[in-house]
Design a protein around this ligand. Structure first.
Ligand SMILES: Cc1cc2nc3c(=O)[nH]c(=O)nc-3n(C[C@H](O)[C@H](O)[C@H](O)COP(=O)(O)O)c2cc1C
Length: 223
């Protein structure tokens, strides 16, 4: 009898410990999915208003409503901005010599993320809300997403060469216009900003010396 009770206690303790371990593992996995790496849904490549209406409605808006946009909208927005659109790896925005110097970063309430465009993943760089560090204008932290367009100037040669900077800035301009047109197509509010501290942004996004932040788009719902 004594032995049966002992066995029962041992079993209960072992099961309890395992159950706790499983729960802990699940929590870590969930946190990983939530924060360290966000797998975005497949972008929907259809819908929105006709191009002529988007051009007519494109505008800079610096006021944002409280309603939250979901990851499907973020995925669609990122794909429209600079997603791969053809089998040879070319994208929705052109780049000089097809250098594909652009990368995109999302600064939102949960953290700072780099968009891995070919896998459609958001990779966490820093946890926490750093939106206000992306620019001095008062509306900036109110935008749900502050999206940085970065050029790796080394893709064009010497980074101080004015031609490299010109090409990088032009590539970013095309991406920025895609962002504007997407927002017009889906009634979102956005503004392109060049007003930010380059060094602070480079630190925030963990960029290397050859990379330059060209523009940041504040994006959210219309007020
Ligand atoms: C390269 C560039 C930099 C800009 N920088 C800022 C900025 O730092 N802050 C801001 O509020 N708007 C910025 N804007 C938005 C312009 O002020 C805006 O496009 C202009 O007033 C025309 O308005 P529209 O976009 O509604 O046509 C920038 C636009 C461009 C193209």
């Amino acid at each position: 009898m004594k032995r049966m009770i002992l066995t029962a206690i041992t079993l209960a303790l072992t099961f309890g410990a395992n159950a706790q371990k499983i729960t802990q593992q699940a929590t870590i996995a969930q946190a990983g999915e939530d924060l360290k790496e966000i797998r975005l849904p497949e972008p929907q490549r259809k819908g929105g208003k006709p191009l002529m209406e988007c051009l007519n409605e494109r505008k800079s808006l610096r006021d944002f409503g409280d309603k939250r946009l979901d990851f499907q909208m973020l995925s669609n927005f990122l794909w429209a901005s600079y997603g791969v659109s053809r089998e040879d790896g070319r994208r929705t925005a052109p780049t000089a010599r097809n250098a594909q110097d652009i990368s995109i970063y999302v600064v939102m309430e949960k953290g700072v993320y780099r968009w891995e465009s070919t896998k459609n993943l958001l990779i966490l760089l820093q946890e926490g809300d750093f939106r206000r560090e992306t620019g001095p204008q008062p509306f900036v932290p109110k935008a749900q997403w502050n999206i940085a367009i970065v050029s790796d100037l080394s893709k064009y040669g010497e980074i101080e060469d004015p031609t490299s900077i010109k090409y990088g800035a032009m590539s970013a301009g095309y991406v920025s216009e895609n962002m504007y047109l997407f927002c017009a197509a889906f009634d979102l509010a956005t503004v392109a900003r060049a007003m930010f501290d380059q060094e602070a942004m480079k630190k925030l996004l963990k960029l290397n010396k050859t990379e330059m932040v060209m523009l940041v788009h504040s994006v959210g719902v219309m007020p």
